[in-house]
Write a protein that binds this ligand. Structure first.
Ligand SMILES: [Fe+2]
Length: 472
């Protein structure tokens, strides 16, 4: 009998406690095969060098033209949350402490509307550089039943214990920019990273523990391209955005790494007693988003699920034992992932596979792309005016930022936040051995095309631009 082939001869990558935050962040993969590192560099790392060398004049021009943060009207504020991935922050569970803060507004509740908090208290441990300010905020919003837009009622600033309302003039505008700054940090460093880092465990364990002929290996492998090196460089490289070393021109965040890492922790370990920040637990279903984004994401998730349902039905019996071992390995690192004893129950395997493939392609790429449609001057990254301490506070909008702040942000946006697809989901080839499974693959790709064509809500990203894996 032939010995099964393993990609790295069973000596491949494996998860371990995160070196920077062993107890607060997802397990990390730090020993990455050299050929994966090289492929990443020529396809992605090299682009960063190109951007630094050639994009800076454009970033400088953007900062010159518009050197501060825009003052945004309530309607723009609401639209910016409702029509982008920032809608992930809408939480209909209003915890007791927030019920108390917003008691006047909630006592006048409109019975036809759902009320949400958008909680940016994760900013509490971010320490700013000298001359910069940070505030943790929470916004109260609502949505009428038949409407596709939000209403903004109030913003609370924890540091100054101040509740601001729409009639509060300058202080209200300042509060909105602090809340939007919280939203920017939360999406970039707390919520979006959940789409990245927990999946490194699945990536490494699949590559190392499954024979390359296993159907699950074939199904997942194309979705792992470039990602281990990308994620490791985000977390561990001294030139990464999270390290935020000010000697580099693309480091726009407001403070040193230690504070920024607390945001990653709030996304994975959660914040005790705060329902907006649950601790990470594996779930086959995507987390619910209270906007049209939910419809967009679920349309694709269901297509992945239809595909994995068909594939799982065709897995040969002699591959099952390896799949159970694979699931057990993952369950030891990812809380809630079904172990080998459970994975073959019901449609659990299919659900897990759909979630993995959907997350690494559609969910991740669209998060970047849709965020990238918001003008950067509406997403403050550094504030040079302190948060309002009274309702009468005034400020000069120009003092909010310096040209350098906008310049660094514009360059960082181009390099790391904007989407830049190298290999596309629509070109995926699972290289299945059987004609039967090749047909299932063809049906899946057709299904994706139909979803893109008939998307019942806004097409947050064109299918043709969606990457097959996490590559930005
Ligand atoms: Fe990303």
């Amino acid at each position: 009998m032939n010995k099964p082939d393993f990609l790295y001869d069973r000596k491949g990558p494996w998860p371990q406690p995160s070196p920077s935050h062993p107890f607060g962040e997802a397990p990390a993969v730090v020993h990455i095969p050299k050929d994966e590192q090289r492929t990443w560099f020529w396809n992605i790392g090299f682009r960063y060098i190109r951007n630094v060398l050639f994009y800076w004049p454009k970033a400088l021009w953007m900062a010159w033209k518009n050197p501060t943060w825009e003052l945004i009207d309530d309607e723009v504020f609401c639209d910016q949350i409702y029509t982008t991935p920032l809608a992930k922050f809408l939480n209909p569970n209003i915890d007791d402490n927030l019920q108390e803060i917003f008691k006047d507004q909630l006592s006048k509740k409109d019975s036809d509307s759902t009320y949400f908090v958008a909680d940016f208290s994760c900013m509490k441990d971010v320490v700013p550089f000298k001359g910069l300010y940070v505030a943790s905020t929470v916004a109260l919003m609502s949505k009428a039943k038949e409407e596709s837009r939000l209403k903004l009622h109030a913003i609370y600033i924890f540091e100054t214990k101040l509740l601001l309302l729409p009639e509060d003039g300058d202080a209200w505008y300042l509060a909105k920019n602090y809340a939007m700054m919280g939203a920017t940090y939360r999406i970039l460093l707390s919520t979006h990273p959940i789409l990245h880092f927990p999946f490194d465990t699945v990536n490494a364990i699949t590559k190392t523990s499954l024979p390359t002929s296993n159907t699950i290996f074939k199904l997942l492998y194309p979705h792992f391209q470039f990602t281990l090196t990308l994620n490791d460089s985000v977390l561990e490289s001294s030139s990464s955005p999270v390290y935020n070393d000010q000697k580099y021109p693309f480091t726009g965040f407001c403070g040193p790494q230690e504070g920024l890492l607390t945001l990653l922790e709030s996304g994975y370990a959660g914040i005790e007693g705060n329902s907006s920040y649950p601790k990470f637990k594996w779930d086959v279903y995507p987390t619910e988003v209270y906007s049209d984004y939910q419809v967009y994401l679920m349309e694709y998730y269901q297509a992945f699920k239809r595909f994995t349902d068909e594939v799982v039905k065709k897995i040969p019996a002699n591959e099952i034992e390896d799949i159970k071992i694979w699931a057990t390995y993952i369950s030891q690192w990812l809380p809630g992932f079904p172990s080998g004893e459970k994975i073959m129950e019901g449609d659990l395997l299919s659900g897990c596979l759909a979630k993995i493939m959907w997350d690494l392609s559609v969910a991740h790429a669209t998060d970047h792309h849709s965020y990238g449609t918001i003008p950067i001057n509406r997403l403050p990254l550094r504030m040079r005016v302190p948060p309002p301490a009274s309702k009468k506070d005034t400020f000069n909008p120009k003092d909010q930022a310096k040209k350098l702040d906008v310049f660094k942000y514009a360059l960082e946006w181009k390099m790391f936040f904007n989407d830049y697809t190298v290999t596309h989901l629509v070109d995926v080839d699972y290289k299945f051995a059987s004609a039967e499974l090749q047909k299932v693959q063809a049906n899946f790709l057709q299904d994706l095309e139909l979803i893109d064509l008939h998307m019942p809500v806004k097409r947050y990203m064109d299918l043709k631009n969606i990457s097959v894996s996490i590559q930005f």
